[in-house]
Design a protein around this ligand. Structure first.
Ligand code: GTP
Length: 598
């Protein structure tokens, strides 16, 4: 009977369409959280998320709602991230639900990224409840947005809820729709336990905390659980739900979404997507796992302080626990020492990992410019995969280099189609097709090399369309390209961590740009530092960082001591993110200058 009263759902929305605000209203409305305790946007609990205003980590909250039919329902709201890089996490959280609210901004309409997530939900057979948010805005056009939802997604939007999360309009209607439209979980309480791990975090006191959705059976404290992927067994020490703080329970049963702790100390033991069962009465077959998501962007991460290598390894292991898409393996660089080659879903994912490492684990890092992976056919008939430009074989040994291509769909108002096409062309894009979505908006499709997208495509797109374009891409395969490796020499020595791969047609222009960018970012040293860009042993661009003229302290001679100290401190702070490469001090920005060349 309890099972009939459970509703599991997530919210699918484009960034800024109001997901967090709506979640807050739902928490208030169900008294999960008293108004006076309401901190704006409870679901985004990580500091980083709050600052960037994006939802990264998954969260699940239990709510109780007394419906108009007089019954009380148990809702589990599972949060999903909204950015293009994170669709893997979206697919994890959707697998734990029977329904989803599709929130669309009444003034902005459907965006490319929302489509990708809605399709994931439709593939998972979720019941989708359309919600048109921000109807309080003067620019709201709910009828246009309804028509868009019907045309672009093929959902019936005639019954869409018109809501304003900000002013609290339509919230009750949404809750009623969840009761009437979203099915209760199926599954058998008497069957052996099957629970899906859709997220997990490491807690230094309790060990690994598994966030699970129970599909069959039940689990309680003292049970011996087995992780079906590796067969490891643990005794359950606590189960509970988040509401929104952790609340202990005696058990979790079929349909429930909650957490399990079992003194799991080694984070490698738990895999998101794995099935938890009971050791004494195991399920015969695991739940469908998640597909393995291939990282698309790679970068080297090095501790500024070489002694922190092991700390960095531990931190990466902990992050990987609830970020299955993060990959890393040790690598070394002549210039930077020992570090890790890390694989990410995209640039935002890379930024988020870097920031979390620095804030949550207190590490100072140097990161090398991101790169895609290249498939290189050698003249001896073998193929190698290169995700670090410095490992590109000698040109004379290469017969062909292939790079990843994506199908990019860019949704943009009519007026900006020209600007988008011009930009895509400039990034080696190949026009595929163009569809009018309505009288106002166009979906432009291009085939493009992924490497051009990771080099500031987002920023260029935004500035060329005054922020009106929305963008999504999927990788379609590898294609041969005329690519060359560019070496960067500082003080006559090639710096492996600065080398990059570039299309031959752009080599001259980028070589010049990077050399002048490096000249700006590398501070003056005690001696002159020549900077050169070279392909093979042909130098194509050069520049020089002049030597210091005077000692910073010189002008303080006899001067007051506090001023002297301030200067020294300033110098020290400036040094923090520097790495000595040979005899040259190179700051972090220099390694990223390749991204900011336009
Ligand atoms: P991410 O966390 O980045 O995915 O964004 P989000 O979808 O959670 O959006 P959020 O709830 O943070 O809302 C984005 C902005 O829209 C905020 O400034 C909100 O105050 C505003 N907003 C949300 N709902 C409404 C609404 O109904 N009407 C109006 N006028 N503004 C709203």
């Amino acid at each position: 009977d309890r099972q009939k009263h459970i509703r599991n759902f997530s919210i699918i929305a484009h960034i800024d369409h109001g997901k967090s605000t709506l979640a807050d209203r739902i928490l208030e409305m169900t008294d999960t959280i008293a108004k006076r305790d309401m901190q704006a946007q409870v679901l985004d609990d990580m500091e980083l998320e709050r600052e960037r205003g994006i939802t990264i980590k998954l969260n699940a909250v239990e709510l109780h709602y007394q419906a108009q039919d007089g019954e009380t329902y148990i809702f589990h709201l599972i949060d999903t991230p909204g950015h293009v890089d994170f669709s893997y996490e979206v697919s994890r959280s959707l697998a734990a639900c029977e329904g989803a609210l599709l929130v669309v901004d009444a003034a902005q309409g459907v965006e490319a990224q929302t489509l990708a997530n809605v399709y994931l939900a439709i593939d998972d057979d979720l019941e989708i409840v359309p919600v048109i948010n921000k109807i309080d805005l003067p620019s709201a056009q709910p009828d246009v947005v309804k028509a868009e939802i019907e045309e672009m997604i093929g959902l019936d939007a005639s019954e869409a809820v018109l809501a304003s999360a900000k002013s609290g309009i339509g919230i009750e209607e949404i809750l009623e729709k969840l009761v009437t439209d979203v099915p209760a979980p199926t599954g058998d309480l008497k069957a052996p336990l099957k629970a899906l791990i859709f997220d997990s975090i490491y807690d230094s006191y309790r060990g690994v905390v598994l966030n699970v959705r129970v599909f069959d059976g039940m689990v309680k404290v003292g049970d011996k659980i087995r992780l079906m992927n590796n067969g490891k067994e643990f005794e359950v020490t606590e189960v509970g739900v988040m509401s929104p703080k952790a609340v202990k329970r005696d058990f979790l049963m079929v349909g429930d979404v909650g957490y399990i702790t079992a003194s799991i100390k080694t984070i490698q033991d738990t895999r998101v997507g794995d099935t938890v069962t009971l050791a004494d009465n195991p399920a015969a077959k695991a739940l469908d796992g998640y597909r393995h998501i291939q990282p698309m962007v790679y970068s080297g991460m090095y501790p500024v302080d070489n002694a922190k290598f092991n700390d960095l390894r531990e931190a990466l292991e902990k992050l990987q626990l609830n970020d299955a898409a993060l990959e890393f393996e040790p690598e070394s660089s002549q210039a930077l020492g020992f570090g890790f080659r890390c694989g990410f879903l995209g640039l935002l994912h890379m930024d988020v990992v870097q920031e979390r490492l620095e804030r949550e684990f207190n590490l100072d890092l140097i990161m090398t410019a991101p790169s895609v992976d290249y498939h290189v056919d050698l003249t001896d008939g073998t193929e190698v995969v290169i995700d670090n430009p410095s490992e590109m074989p000698e040109t004379s040994n290469i017969s062909e280099v292939k790079e990843p291509y994506v199908k990019a769909s860019i949704m943009v108002p009519n007026d900006y189609v020209g600007a988008v096409m011009e930009l895509a062309q400039r990034k080696r894009g190949e026009f595929v097709t163009m569809d009018y979505l309505d009288t106002y908006r166009v979906n432009v499709i291009y085939n493009m090399p992924l490497s051009e997208i990771i080099f500031d495509f987002f920023d260029d797109l935004k500035s060329n369309t005054k922020g009106y374009a929305s963008f999504d891409y999927e990788v379609t395969g590898y294609r041969p390209s005329d690519l060359v490796k560019m070496d960067i020499l500082l003080n006559g020595e090639s710096v492996d961590a600065l080398s990059f791969i570039v299309h031959r047609d752009f080599a001259f222009e980028r070589g010049k740009a990077i050399v002048s960018k490096l000249k700006e970012t590398i501070p003056r040293q005690q001696f002159e530092v020549p900077i050169q860009a070279a392909i093979g042993n042909k130098v194509i661009a050069r520049s020089t960082v002049k030597a210091f003229r005077k000692n910073v302290l010189a002008k303080c001679y006899g001067g007051d001591i506090t001023r002297k100290r301030k200067l020294l401190e300033k110098q020290k702070a400036g040094k923090k993110r520097m790495k000595s490469v040979g005899s040259v001090e190179v700051p972090q920005e220099a390694f990223m200058s390749i991204l900011k060349m336009n």
